[in-house]
Design a protein around this ligand. Structure first.
Ligand code: HEC
Length: 164
């Protein structure tokens, strides 16, 4: 699902509406995801994000870059980054009795969190473009910046330990 190519105000509202619809949908369904399931799925998504970023970086050691493999990793990163905000429904952070490293500030400062998520998406899109143009320099630049986007979000929004 891709609903935030660029975070303009109208897009933020759309993100909110889409999330609200998904949450209501989840609550209404017979198999509503429980809070531990939501957190588990989120952590799985992040592990996938980590594996994909590593798979992309592992390509860089080659003398001849495999642009097709790089392009498919970049697109996967792009997709995951655009979905990331939907992994954080309200009430799924620390302080709700579930083991998670998602800090409460994600929901008390949603604008800053949306911005951090957007930085990741922006870099993933840069990687996708670089792969399409076989642009090695842009690839390296965006890959480095992607790493910073992970790190700067973690330092603000991810706690060191799980329960509080
Ligand atoms: C917008 C914020 C944000 C960005 C950007 C971000 N992360 Fe995270 N990440 C988090 C948060 C918050 C958690 C904690 C999730 C939880 O415990 O419920 C997390 C958790 C993780 C985890 C641990 C998952 C587990 O097993 O519990 C990994 C691995 C991870 N991120 C990798 C990455 C990588 C790699 C990138 C960049 C390509 C990245 N993240 C970008 C916010 C972010």
């Amino acid at each position: 699902m891709r609903f935030i190519p660029i975070l303009r105000n109208s897009d933020r509202i759309r993100v909110f509406l889409v999330s609200a619809t998904m949450i209501l949908g989840a609550l209404g369904s017979a198999h509503a995801a429980s809070l531990p399931q939501i957190v588990h799925a989120r952590q799985e998504h992040f592990r996938m994000l980590g594996r994909t970023a590593k798979s992309l970086r592992d390509q860089f050691g080659r003398r001849r870059l495999n642009w097709a493999a790089i392009g498919s990793d970049a697109q996967a990163l792009d997709r995951l980054a655009s979905e990331l905000p939907s992994w954080f429904p309200p009430g799924s952070g620390q302080g709700h009795g579930v083991k998670t490293r998602a800090r409460a500030v994600i929901w008390t400062n949603p604008q800053a969190f949306a911005q951090a998520a957007h930085m990741l998406l922006f870099r993933a899109q840069g990687l996708t473009r670089a792969a399409a143009h076989h642009d090695r320099r842009a690839l390296m630049l965006n890959a480095r910046a992607l790493g910073h986007a992970c790190g700067s979000c973690h330092s603000r929004f991810r706690a060191h330990s799980g329960w509080w």
